[in-house]
Design a protein around this ligand. Structure first.
Ligand code: ADP
Ligand code: MG
Ligand code: ZN
Length: 625
């Protein structure tokens, strides 16, 4: 809606200009109108008129506001031709006329002339004043309750203590380190004086960093809930849609409101939307609005001194690397709290929290569910519980069963089933071979999880088919052999297409991307290349969740080293590719057998799948992986 209001200021200005022009015309008309109409009788100089009066040549005079009309006597002394002259302020005139016996009278000003006078002299200034006040009111950013006048107002949502759904740390699980750090913030908010008296500096800004859905927003609310203070929340992306000047005034309003309610928390979600490094916006040619907003934020954060008012600014981002360094300076967001994806016990705890809201069957084993959901963030787990409950309801069950969870996991993993998406027969065959290729190679690889399911029912937006490999445990360390095995598994799909059809389709692009990223990390991060040795060629420490290495900055390396890295990565991927091809060639018949079954049933899983895959033969030279 803010966007719709955008054209208004220029329109207002145009209206103002039109009014200005109109009133100008009024003024001109007012000045010249009398003279235009004075063109009736011949005009004579006032001095001549006076002379004529003194000479007794004038018989009648009519004094108007804008002109004097007078009649001369003709030769017979009778009223003759009429002349006009422009009056001057002459108090002697009546006396003179009287003394000469001239008949004289004042003409009342014509009605429309009076009217135009009022319009011309009174109304335009009034309009001016009105317009002027309008702009002044608006420039000050204050004013009316709604509409144009309130666009500058902060739209922060406020949650105040005592609201029905009060969120506390008990609602957040699996992020224990983050909680420990934030407990301290709660203490600051509860009894700031204790810290101020001892001379400690209360942190102003705390940045919550972590992947989406890990509970950053939830943690911020929990801090407010625990401390029992007001919570102002606004999202960085809301600033970006605004037009120039509004973003910064919103920041100003937000901080003003907050200071009135101190102690309180301001929460800025998606900080990266406003806080992008000011030097990194080359592509967009600079975004003045965002810069102004960012500058205002920095100013406000510098503005409140310690002890002034306990306002703590929490912010969240999943892209800390793009933030302007100015934001991270002392006195601003100098504390950073990592909110990472939960581990096994964390997932179990989160599942416990969310399953309190649903009726669980007696067979539900939350630990088993947690084991099967590595990489799930808190939001995924919340979604999982809800999906399971929906499935149970759809199946007319009164409680949620373990099998509902099993199905829900698949849904969350791969998106909802989309049976409506139809592949033609050829495509279906290619997808089937592709997936079976993944499964067969994966079945032989060390350290990779058991293949639990192959499906050619399209799910979600991306996958046409999928192979579900479930790890038996959370893995934190992998050796070189296992990584090479993963790469071979990723290439298994494409290799099957090659073995069977001799051609390659576009379906494997995501597999190739992931395989290449893995190989690159082996060389540049894990030091697994014999040629390049145990050196880290990647700059700094990149948390794992920041993507699979695509676009990560490399260390400045010499051209030779860069070439060596490229050739090593290529070598690893090629070797894995060859390996996958050989496995599939060796098991060519089994490949067709399993694929034929898959085409019939669309899904193969469980024991049936295990027994099929157990027939896959190892290469004799498997040791040389
Ligand atoms: P983020 O802000 O990090 O993207 P949110 O805080 O918005 O994630 O999380 C969305 C929802 O997911 C929460 O409202 C909550 O229901 C659930 N959730 C996320 N993380 C957790 C967690 N650590 N513990 C419990 N629930 C969580
Ligand atoms: Mg959030
Ligand atoms: Zn694939």
């Amino acid at each position: 809606m803010a966007i719709k209001e955008q054209p208004k200021p220029p329109r207002g200005r145009i209206i103002a200009n039109i009014l200005l022009a109109v009133s100008g015309i009024f003024l001109l008309i007012n000045l010249f109108l009398p003279n235009l109409f004075a063109s009736g009788p011949a005009g004579v100089p006032y001095s001549l008129f006076i002379h004529q009066v003194q000479e007794g040549e004038v018989t009648r005079v009519s004094v108007g506001q804008n002109q004097i009309l007078y009649q001369l006597k003709n030769e017979n002394g009778e009223p003759g031709s009429v002349f006009a002259t422009t009056p001057i302020f002459d108090l002697e005139l009546p006396k003179l006329l009287e003394s000469k016996g001239v008949e004289f009278a004042a003409t009342p000003p014509p009605k429309n002339s009076w009217f135009s006078t009022v319009i011309g002299w009174v109304v335009p200034p009034l309009i001016f004043v009105a317009i002027w006040q309008f702009f002044v009111a608006r420039g000050a950013g204050g004013g009316g309750p709604q509409g144009v006048l309130s666009i500058g107002k902060s739209k922060a949502k406020v949650y105040v203590e005592g609201e029905s759904a009060k969120i506390t740390f008990a609602d957040v699980a699996g992020v224990e380190e983050a909680k420990t750090e934030l407990v301290e913030i709660v203490e600051f908010l509860k009894s700031p004086s204790r810290f101020i008296e001892i001379g400690a500096r209360i942190p102003k800004g705390v940045l919550l960093v972590g992947p989406p859905g890990t509970g950053k927003t939830l943690l911020a609310k929990a801090v407010a809930g625990e401390a029992g203070v007001a919570f102002f929340s606004i999202s960085g992306s809301e600033f970006v849609e605004l037009f120039v000047g509004v973003g910064s005034s919103r920041v100003r309003d937000l901080f003003e409101q907050a200071k009135k309610q101190a102690p309180c928390i301001i929460f800025i979600d998606e900080l990266d939307a406003i806080g992008k490094s000011r030097s990194s916006n080359g592509f967009y040619g600079g975004n003045d609005e965002r810069e102004q907003t960012l500058n205002q934020l920095l100013t406000e954060m510098d503005g409140f001194a310690a002890g002034d008012a306990t306002v703590i600014v929490l912010a969240a981002t999943n892209r800390p690397e793009v933030l302007d360094p100015a934001l991270l300076r002392p006195g601003r967001f100098d504390r950073q709290v990592l909110v990472d994806r939960p581990d096994l016990s964390g997932r179990e705890a989160i599942l416990k929290i969310h399953s309190l809201k649903v009726k669980l069957g007696t067979d539900v084993d939350l630990k088993a569910i947690a084991t099967r959901t590595p990489g799930f963030a808190g939001a995924d787990l919340a979604n999982l519980v809800n999906e399971a409950a929906l499935l149970a309801a759809r199946n007319q069950r009164l409680t949620v069963a373990q099998e509902d969870f099993a199905e829900a996991i698949e849904r969350v993993v791969a998106g909802l089933e989309k049976k409506s998406r139809v592949l033609n027969e050829t495509e279906k065959k290619i997808v089937a071979y592709h997936e079976v290729g993944h499964a067969m190679v994966g079945a032989l690889m060390p350290g990779s999880g058991r293949v639990e399911k192959i499906s050619i029912i399209p799910r979600g937006m991306a996958a046409l088919g999928y192979t579900l490999q479930l790890p038996t445990e959370d893995r934190f360390l992998m050796n070189e052999e296992e990584l090479r095995g993963q790469i071979a598994t990723l290439l298994g799909g494409r290799s099957a297409e090659e073995v069977v059809f001799g051609t390659i389709t576009t379906g494997a692009s995501n597999d190739l991307q992931r395989a290449t990223d893995l190989a690159e990390r082996m060389v540049t991060t894990y030091g697994m290349s014999k040629v390049l040795g145990p050196l880290a060629y990647q700059q700094g420490q990149q948390p794992m969740y920041l993507g699979n290495g695509a676009g990560n900055p490399r260390r400045m390396v010499s051209e030779d080293t860069a070439k060596a890295i490229d050739s090593e990565v290529k070598e690893i991927v090629e070797t894995a590719h060859e390996y996958a091809l050989e496995i599939l060639r060796l098991n060519r018949d089994l490949l067709t057998t399993i694929t034929t079954q898959l085409l019939e049933t669309e899904v193969i899983e469980g024991d049936k799948l295990h027994s099929l895959l157990s027939q896959v033969q190892h290469l004799d030279k498997a040791a040389t992986v």
